[in-house]
Design a protein around this ligand. Structure first.
Ligand SMILES: C[S@@+](CC[C@H](N)C(=O)[O-])C[C@H]1O[C@@H](n2cnc3c(N)ncnc32)[C@H](O)[C@@H]1O
Length: 267
């Protein structure tokens, strides 16, 4: 596991990431279509976790293409192997900064850059992994508390858990600002920005309240080590999210504000 990654690799955490990934597939397909990624392409999913965008990218590139998922967690990759047996998906256990692969048409990453100590270095390395004309698609969450996961009715625990997710990333030495500063990071690395937008994903209520609940449990060792919250507060936040799940008047539950950056390496 990379040293700044704060959420760990437990079964519960993998379940959380799989739930999240299944609700994002349409965003991956849509971004690839707009970026002009076609069948037969070589696509990388950097920090793919236990599912990530692997299935969606395999669909986009088809059997004539190849998808290479890269993750620093062997446990996450084992989970991915148990979920997907698609011949044109390959999995590589490595830190993204250490990989050298054949030049790719597409590099995709979701919720990976916000965990990096030096996103400039990571983006510069991604640039090197692409062919001239290759595309980088980043789907990253805003680090700002007012862009935290939300719902109607408002559940304050969702905002607080997001503060802890970001606080834990910072405490581990990550710089979680890529989503809102993507233009600077990408242009400094030599990319030409093709488009950007913000979006949020809506989940069924039970899933939407479970995602921060599990994240809170995953963060416990980092929260304790860096004294980011007391055990009493963690228990209270957990209760608040569990109670929210039982409510009958939930209108919607949404992800944090996600930023999509699509950028091309010049020919
Ligand atoms: C929040 S999870 C997101 C997983 C997946 N992209 C998704 O959206 O479902 C971040 C993943 O990135 C991996 N990761 C973080 N930093 C990494 C690095 N420097 N090299 C390789 N993997 C990394 C973690 O192990 C974890 O599986």
């Amino acid at each position: 596991m990379s040293s700044t990654y704060s959420l760990g690799s437990t079964d519960a955490e993998h379940r959380r990431l799989i739930q999240l990934a299944s609700h994002e597939e349409h965003c991956v397909l849509d971004a690839c279509r707009r970026a002009g990624i076609t069948e037969g392409s070589i696509a990388l999913d950097l920090g793919c976790g236990p599912l990530g965008a692997l299935a969606a990218l395999a669909h986009v590139v088809g059997e004539r293409g190849v998808v290479i998922g890269v993750d620093a967690s062997e446990a996450a990759l084992q989970k991915a192997r148990s979920l997907l047996s698609i011949p044109h998906v390959r999995l590589v256990h490595a830190d993204v900064h250490d990989i050298e692969l054949e030049p790719a048409d597409l590099a995709y990453s979701r919720l990976m850059l916000l965990h990096q100590a030096d996103p400039s270095r990571t983006v510069r390395h991604i640039f090197e992994l692409l062919k001239p004309g290759g595309v980088f698609i980043a789907h990253e969450a805003s680090d700002l508390p007012n862009h935290a996961p939300s719902s109607e009715p408002h559940v304050p625990a969702m905002t607080r858990v997001w503060e802890l997710v970001i606080g834990a990333a910072r405490a581990r030495g990550a710089n979680p600002t890529f989503a809102r500063n993507g233009r600077t990071f990408l242009e400094d690395a030599g990319f030409r920005i093709e488009s950007h937008r913000a979006y949020a994903v809506h989940y069924p209520a039970a899933t939407g309240y479970d995602i921060p609940r599990i994240a809170l449990q995953s963060l416990r060792p980092v929260i304790a080590k860096h004294e980011l919250a007391s055990e009493d507060e963690i228990a209270r936040l957990d209760r608040e999210l569990e109670e929210a799940k039982q409510r009958a008047d939930v209108q919607w539950v949404a992800s944090p504000l996600m930023f999509e950056w699509i950028a091309r390496k010049p020919y």
